[in-house]
Design a protein around this ligand. Structure first.
Ligand code: ATP
Length: 342
């Protein structure tokens, strides 16, 4: 197998407006698990549909190794790409048993008899549904249906598995369970996987690489750890940062990782024109006996801790955690252990 390459890929629909996908270049290594992350309408699904062969690029190209799958002139048909796609809606045949649903792609390819049965058994085992082979989709839970859809895409040994928000219809508890299934599925199948989601926690938990998109453009591609520690720019910081973004006069500061000494100096500077966006995560804000003073504006009880919003000065809002109960309106002293200049 070879790596999947998107080379300056663009897609403009005839309805006009800005391109749905705008000059996106990235490489997905063989056996990698890439999450395409971004808000609704940013172009994730359109990228996925171009990779699958359901849409043709208006510019740029898609390659699997040195084989061109699509560019603005040519397009390899979806059935000749050896890819499988799992949809949010599962798209199972209601009148067929689980085993027949899973075996359907083999039937279409003319694989029959013992070979077909073995493949179906293996695929059902991979998603732990051996005992459900004879049921109909209507007699399964949402999570089990999703597993059938996964098993169905395993039977053809695809080079690339494409998943479009596959967990969007499941409740929170089931989502966590299915995240484990996906990880296991990825390890067992060895397939390259591309996973579209608008949920940053899901992207971080599952993928080996995260690609963040906004308004058709690719903003950053990196490992979950890298993107969490060093988000590039306000949009990525807002999506993956899980913290507050404040504007402080820090544009002239050299380091991007800022500690309390630097932050203290920034706090005492007047707000001129050279403000920079600073990401401050709640776990880096310590409620201490001394420090700068902030007013509690919101308190949310989360069981093991309280999640707070704090007003610092006139405009800036920070988020913090507290083990001790606090009330809206209380004044607290805080130390910011570390922050990241976006
Ligand atoms: P969501 O998470 O809501 O599915 P997305 O990030 O997957 O969003 P896309 O579905 O790729 O976004 O859509 C990107 C943009 O392209 C949107 O503005 C959408 O309205 C537009 N678009 C998508 N498909 C078509 C189409 N067939 N014709 C015209 N415009 C389209």
């Amino acid at each position: 197998m070879a790596k999947l390459i998107l080379n300056r890929l663009s897609k403009a629909f005839e309805t006009g407006g800005r391109p749905a996908v705008n000059d996106v270049s990235l490489e997905v290594r063989d056996g990698g698990f890439l999450a395409l992350l971004g808000p609704s309408g940013c172009g994730k699904t359109t990228v996925l549909r171009m990779i699958a062969g359901f849409e043709q690029p208006t510019d740029g190209s898609i390659l699997l190794g040195d084989r061109v799958l699509a560019d603005a002139g040519e397009m390899v048909a979806p059935e000749h790409r050896n890819m499988a796609m799992v949809f949010q809606s599962y798209a199972l045949w209601p009148h067929m048993s689980v085993a027949d649903n899973v075996g359907y792609p083999l039937k279409v390819r003319g694989v029959t008899g013992e070979r077909r049965s073995t493949k179906i058994r293996e695929a059902l085992a991979a998603v732990r549904l051996e005992a459900y082979a004879d049921r109909r989709p209507a007699d399964l839970s949402g999570g089990q249906r999703q597993r059938v859809a996964l098993a169905r895409c395993l039977v053809t040994d695809p080079d690339v598995v494409l998943l479009d928000e596959p967990l969007a219809n499941l409740d929170r508890h089931l989502r966590q369970e299915m995240e484990e299934t996906f990880r296991e599925f990825h390890q067992r199948s060895g397939a390259t996987m591309i996973y579209v989601t608008h949920d940053q926690a899901e992207a971080m938990a599952l993928a080996t690489d995260v690609a963040v998109m906004s308004e058709g453009r690719l903003l950053q591609v990196a490992s979950p750890q890298e993107i969490y520690a060093r988000p590039e720019g306000r949009l990525v910081g807002g999506l993956v940062g899980q913290g507050a973004i404040v504007a402080w006069p820090a544009a002239s500061v050299e380091n991007r990782q800022l500690d309390w000494d630097v932050l203290q100096q920034l706090l005492s500077r007047s707000h001129g024109a050279d403000c920079a966006d600073i990401l401050i995560r709640p776990q880096d804000v310590e409620i201490a006996g001394e420090g700068v003073s902030a007013r509690v504006t919101s308190v949310l009880f989360e069981g093991e801790r309280y999640a707070l919003k704090l007003a610092l000065g006139d405009e800036q809002v920070l988020r913090a955690f507290s083990r001790q109960p606090v009330k809206v309106g209380d004044m607290v002293a805080i130390i910011i252990r570390s922050a990241w200049r976006l």
